[in-house]
Design a binder for this molecule. Sequence first.
Ligand code: GLN
Ligand code: ZN
Length: 766
Amino acid sequence: MLTNNLGYPRIGSNRELKKACESYWSGKSSIQNLVQTGRDIRQKNWKLQQEAGIDLVPSNDFSFYDQVLDLSLTVGAIPKRYHEVILNKANTELDLYFAMARGYQKEGLDITAMEMTKWFDTNYHYIVPEFTKDQQFKLFSTKLLDEYNESKRLGIKTKPVIIGPVTYLLLGKEKEAGFDRIDLIRNLLPVYIDILKKLEDQHVEWVQFDEPFLSMDLTEKDKAAFKYVYAEIKKQFPNLKTLLATYFEALKDNTELAASLPVTALHIDLVRNPEQLQPVLDAIPDHRMLSVGIIDGRNIWKNDFKTSLDLLERSLSVLGKNRLIISPSCSLIHSPCDLDLETNDAVLTPEIKQWLSFAKQKIAELAALKQLLNKEEAAGSKLLDNIQANENRKHSALIHNPAVKDRVAQITEKDKNRANVFSIRKVAQHSALKLPSFPTTTIGSFPQTPEVRSWRAKYKKGELTAAEYDALIEKETEETIRFQEETGIDVLVHGEFERNDMVEYFGEQLAGFSFTKNGWVQSYGSRCVKPPVIYGDVHRPNAMTVRWSAFAQSLSGKWVKGMLTGPVTILQWSFVRNDQPRAETCTQIALAIRDEVVDLEHAGIKIIQIDEPAIREGLPLRKADWQNYLEWAVTAFRISASGVEDETQIHTHMCYSEFNDIIQNIADMDADVITIECSRSQMELLDAFADFNYPNEIGPGVYDIHSPRVPSKEEMVHLLEKAKNVIPSEQLWVNPDCGLKTRHWDETKKALIEMVAAAKVLRESV
Ligand code: GLN
Ligand code: ZN
């Protein structure tokens, strides 16, 4: 029986990698410093896992930016535009790597970065490989070999981890027409063979191939590629031990295929789907090992040993000791590093802390489960302690609030619907709001300057009193209201200066949420996020935003839009409790937001925006599961939005989304107005709305807020003309793509002046 880890967080327990990368990028420290930081982190991680007694310790799970980009460099899939970077002898391989990740603006060159997108249904983003028709591959970077040798020198024989060739190709994108990237498999495989040969020369024992696509919907061609690749590897390396890792979903219709691939061990994710254990046990041939993923690599809850041991014993009885491997469900890069660093009881109370487990603790759980399964004396009281903590959690008064559960149980159809349909509400809203055609607005936030952030930091440290802090925020809000009035924007916003983050701000005020001081998880590159922890029934003890919205409205004769984060987005960007379905938790949040919406209305706010940028990213990985998710997600939004009168206008906002396949569901949300990110697609995203005859109002973003560039009036007129060609004028709003919090004031002012001028041109043309 072996214990196996699939990957360990590489950011460092105190985000050392982030700091070292950013310091190197800004020219403040040397490349040697950065390289050394990487080495230190790897060494610490390996030692920690070895000392915990893990049998298969991963290497090449470290990355300076992203593991997919690492592989692109390994196999030499370097887009042509970076060749100038290679030619400059002053650049190291790492400089080339960062150029691909972040773009390159030096020596008169201006090379764009590679695209980034979400890693399956996680909040981690990877760099999308770019492929051309005549794509060639060759071993370029030896990172994987170097790290394996580095671990060997430390006396730890690691298991190199590499993304499998099929998944690698499927993660990428064709950069020209006329070919299918999966057909590149025959060109790509020789590089893998080359690497494996070199690893064998170094006496490698195990190699892990990550093929999460094996648990996704596959085409016949994809399936054939899997068969081809693993048969070839087996043929050329009959003695190499190979572990094929699938995760994030169940194998389902690919079970037979996965079980038949000639590898030493197959890994499955039993946290996401414990029901797949039996079909896999039935399908797996007698000589193959099975790695059962039973510790949640993606959430922060302490493992439930009783349940895990039950699954393990069932596996053991079929497989026997020699064929059983115990693992976390997936790589631990999606978990924060170390719960021991949470030492502030005021932030994370000891009662909640006892229910949690971060990467380091998960490694200890892995070792403990093996001891328990083996009935080793060393297991001591570990089982009892675990049962105790989980029982405490089950029965804690902190978690269970009967009033919240009752309220959810009593939700009626009426709570899910506005009193009247949009065509009736529209009339009431138009006569109450009296907005011009092509009304202008923004998405909510205005620049969060270093100054604004410093006030919050000082307030948190006690260097500013609440009254002093509030006064500063009031002043900033008032200036922002005046600026919008002077610019001639029709629907104003207060600017969101009081908010650190669009989820954290609400989580801090809702019951059922907790926070960590150091629970960072890599989102992309050096960017880390610290998601709130939803541990209990959620409700809203007090109004959350009314004070700021009402203040802002009191300053102006124009409408000020109230600004809220929607239930699905709050859910999606948090660590969610695992003791009830996500839908249930989402519904509880929806009721809390509904209360806030109603309170805003009572405070005289006539327009209320409920942001749902994360609705699309919450979509399940398998299409068959989409409808169920969309049904509860859309219902949650409707519950949050339906407590108001016809006259009150509900907006929603979404970004980085494609809408084609979910347009019916977007329409079902029934927001009076939806604003969407649109400019980078040159309004193409609007086609989904046009083809659908989307009936409600819509604000397609007319300029990209991700760049400091100031768009001209003409450009925006051009985009609006395009919009007008597909959506009737009376449905259109004019707004930027998203919030302005990352922009500077200077460019923000210029851009909004141009935007208002563009709206005027459109108004005159009707
Ligand atoms: N209201 C938020 C803002 O303006 C929306 C952010 C988002 O969509 N990601 O910042
Ligand atoms: Zn947005």
